[in-house]
Design a protein around this ligand. Structure first.
Ligand code: 1HN
Length: 372
């Protein structure tokens, strides 16, 4: 009997069979398998009016000790029930009752919270207690210790966005929960295991040090994380900037749009995630555009719709909208007298670093231009 290696291959079909038997495949038979994109996520809106009552039920029925996090994870219908909002982003609405907290931990995925409801919710990031009001953003860079809680008198709800699906696909998703601090009050200087961090810098450190663009103290270290040294971005500051810009023409594709940045480098606020806030003036409709990054939006103010690949997705306050990568989309503020404001998170920062970011837009005459 001839071995596989000894058999002479006399046809292309035999070659294919022989190649498969040795775990290879002829290039010319496999092109369809890897050309294009394997993204399966679809546009979707998670409606606040539908999910908020479910969170209330979870608050009523489930003690925090059993939930660990009282979060409703967004499942993109394109992923058959997996908790991925888009190909790269995990999103969730999370409710924390007064007095509850989530123990300190750190992980490789980049994470962010955006406060939707209530006062007194906080995340302590590397010893900075960031107390959130509606519209505030807090980022927890990879490897930064963080714990959460609610010191207020009513429930708080925020939207979590993490690049966990991206980290999973890159096989670098790690979580750690063993956190130690030296108890300064005790005789022994041995580190002890802690569930929460002590505050090591003053409240509102981030907005105090970095909140005014254009000036920055030169007597503090900016080396605080793998990304931005600013962890907390206040909505009141962003709102002032958006209003100051409202009479500019803005972007035809995104209206009056600003990006949350690392104040030291001017780059995106995180190594992998970018954060934007955009103002759509009354009646403003944007032109279609698409990018290689997916995005998850939260409606801060107003109402309107996003057209994605020819279909309209209506939205109102606190709704969350997933726009898949490379999908043509445009936002429209349908109100004649009210602003619409959209917050969004995308993985474009990661793609830019990898040289994989690309953006295209349609012009008024229908032609397509490369934007980035
Ligand atoms: C979350 O808030 C964290 O606290 C980690 O960093 C993982 C997974 C799903 C929803 C929320 C965090 C999470 C999460």
């Amino acid at each position: 009997m001839e071995t596989l290696e000894q058999m002479e291959i006399t046809s292309l079909d035999e070659l294919i069979t022989s190649a498969r038997a040795t775990c290879s495949v002829p290039y010319w038979t496999s092109r369809g398998d890897w050309q294009g994109s394997d993204t399966t996520d679809v546009p979707h809106v998670w409606r606040w009016a539908q999910l908020r009552p479910q969170l209330a039920a979870a608050a009523r029925l489930l003690p925090m000790e059993e939930a660990e996090r009282r979060a409703l994870l967004f499942c993109n219908p394109g992923y058959g029930g997996k908790p991925f909002a888009t190909s790269s982003l995990l999103g969730a609405y999370q409710l924390t009752k007064p007095g509850e907290n989530c123990p300190v931990h750190r992980h490789t995925p980049s994470a962010s919270r955006f406060l939707l409801e209530g006062e007194g919710g906080w995340t302590t990031v590397e010893g900075e207690k960031c107390v959130l009001s509606r519209g505030d953003v807090v980022v927890t860079p990879p490897g930064a210790w963080h714990d959460h809680g609610n010191d207020g008198s009513s429930d708080i709800v925020w939207m979590d966005v993490l690049d966990l699906p991206l980290a999973l696909r890159l096989k670098c998703n790690f979580f750690e929960t063993e956190y130690f601090e030296v108890d300064t009050a005790s005789e022994s200087k041995a580190p002890v295991s802690c569930l929460s961090q002590s505050e090591r810098v003053v409240r509102d450190y981030s907005p105090t040090v970095y909140g005014t663009g254009g000036v920055m103290p030169r007597f503090v270290t900016h080396d605080r994380s793998t990304g931005s040294p600013q962890f907390l971005y206040k909505w009141k500051d962003t709102k002032v900037r958006l209003n100051a810009l409202r009479d500019f023409e803005g972007s035809p594709h995104d209206g009056i749009i600003v990006e949350y940045i690392n104040p030291v480098t001017g780059e995106s606020a995180m190594q992998t995630l970018s954060f934007h806030m955009q103002l759509l003036r009354p009646g403003e409709g944007c032109l279609l555009h698409r990018s290689t990054a997916s995005a998850l939006y939260s409606v801060v103010e107003g109402s309107g719709y996003t057209e994605v690949e020819g279909k309209r997705y209506e939205w109102g306050e606190n709704d969350s909208i997933a726009v898949p990568a490379w999908a043509w989309h445009a936002h429209v503020n349908t109100s004649a007298n009210r602003d619409a404001v959209l917050y969004s998170v995308s993985e474009s920062a990661a793609l830019r670093k990898l040289g994989l970011y690309r953006r295209e837009g349609r012009q008024l005459d229908g032609s397509i231009v490369r934007l980035d």
